[in-house]
Design a protein around this ligand. Structure first.
Ligand code: FNR
Length: 387
């Protein structure tokens, strides 16, 4: 289907579900256990309704904002998600270029399938900001090396992921064998047409089998997060990170009011309310519900740091609900993976274009002409779930 036929992010996801390999889809789409939190991340938005205002001038409507001081054409950023090359050979670079052209910011995963340098090189220009998502290695020195590398490459902020110290139980993914290495080997073989031998030259067939069997038991996520630091604390880890970088620090994976308060006390620059797209703790509360509780119980938090959410955001109205409740911006993971899998760089540009149209249309219908006018009084949580 041509890109011009794509009306919503769901349309793009439908195409991606058809073109992705079974195994790539299992990795991208899967979530923990019965995948309840993942589903509810989305559904929870439908409990929030607007109080739109009328008779306000909206011919000039500006959906742009800043995130940690960096300009963003819409209040949306790319949440870091691993292994973009499972879906498309150019992988993360599609997202970098698409985000750069569309004027939004990409957070690059610690487990990206291109090197951090290759991703930095894919930027549309040296001014394009990139954020970095950090999985902290249990060995401080190894973690520090990674931080130094991304600083030297010009990354502009660090999102420290704290909700994935062990991998969630993603059974769809665990069942599907891990295939990135296989794909890469096949691609290498195809590129080198003179090599007619089976299996990679430096690795005997038997060993290859055992290694992929190993990964299989862990699941993709388990294999990727195996060295994460299980003993991170506010008291130790934030000052440690602060001592090695001046970059803004955002804690990714805050899931309750108490931790939002502790983050503010720890002096970080932002929190990303996230349950990892439902991929970690099954029955973690949907992100928009956590945001709602922080707004109600501790509105002071929003004065101390920037608050973002991700998980289940698929529509412009979802974005505006989060902004009304005090979020500075929202992140999206799967929608950008799907967009680049189905249509490469152009798909990413199109996804942002769809979102921008949805956001501007809804802003006008709500009677607001810039994101600062989105306030808590404009959204109401109902205690019933629409059908
Ligand atoms: C993720 N996410 C993630 N988060 C992170 O901090 N580091 C990572 O490497 C990854 N990898 C990853 C892979 C895939 C396939 C997905 C779907 C997600 C979580 C991601 O940053 C984000 O929190 C969620 O994707 C948000 O939910 P939605 O937008 O996918 O519903």
């Amino acid at each position: 289907l041509p890109l011009s036929r794509m009306l919503s992010l769901w349309d793009i996801e439908d195409v991606a579900r058809k073109v992705l390999s079974y195994k790539a889809l299992a990795y991208y789409a899967s979530a923990a256990d019965e995948e309840t939190t993942d589903r509810e991340n989305c559904r929870a938005f439908s409990r929030f309704f607007f109080h739109p205002r009328v008779m306000r001038p909206v011919s000039q409507c500006d959906p742009s904002t800043t995130i940690l001081g960096f300009k963003s054409s819409i209040p949306v950023f790319v949440s870091g998600a691993a292994l973009a090359r499972l879906g498309h050979p150019l992988g993360e670079a599609n997202i970098t270029r698409g985000a750069g052209r569309a004027g939004i910011i990409q957070m690059v995963s610690s487990n990206a399938s291109l090197s951090y340098a290759q991703i930095a090189e894919a930027r549309v220009g040296p001014q394009q900001p990139l954020f970095f998502q950090l999985y902290k290695h249990q060995d401080d020195r190894i973690a520090e090396e990674r931080v130094r590398e991304i600083i030297s490459l010009g990354y502009k902020a660090i999102f420290l992921t704290v909700d994935a110290i062990v991998a969630g139980n993603r059974e769809r993914d665990i069942r599907a064998p891990f295939e990135l290495e296989e794909q890469e080997r096949e691609a290498d073989k195809a590129a080198d047409s003179t090599d007619k031998s089976k299996g990679s030259p430096d690795m005997p067939a038997k060993q290859e089998k055992e290694e992929s069997g190993n990964v299989n038991l862990l699941g993709t996520a388990g294999a990727l997060i195996a060295n994460d630091d299980l003993d991170m604390t506010w008291e130790r880890t934030i000052p440690w990170l602060r001592s090695i970088t001046k970059l803004p620090i955002v804690v990714k994976g805050v899931q309750c009011v108490e931790d939002a308060v502790l983050a503010a006390e720890a002096g970080v620059d932002g929190i990303l309310i996230s349950n990892h797209g439902g991929r970690q703790l099954e029955y973690a509360l949907p992100s928009i519900e956590v945001l709602y509780r922080i707004r109600k119980q501790r509105p002071d938090v929003f004065d101390k740091l920037e608050v973002y959410i991700d998980g289940g955001v698929r529509r412009g109205t979802d974005v505006l609900k989060a902004l009304c409740l005090g979020a500075k911006a929202v992140g999206m993971g799967r929608p950008f993976l799907y967009a680049q899998s189905a249509y490469g760089e152009e798909g990413v540009v199109k996804a942002v274009d769809i979102l921008e149209r949805e956001i501007v249309r809804a802003m006008r219908l709500m009677g607001v002409s810039n994101v600062k006018q989105l306030v808590p009084q404009m959204v109401e949580r109902v205690d019933w779930q629409p059908i």
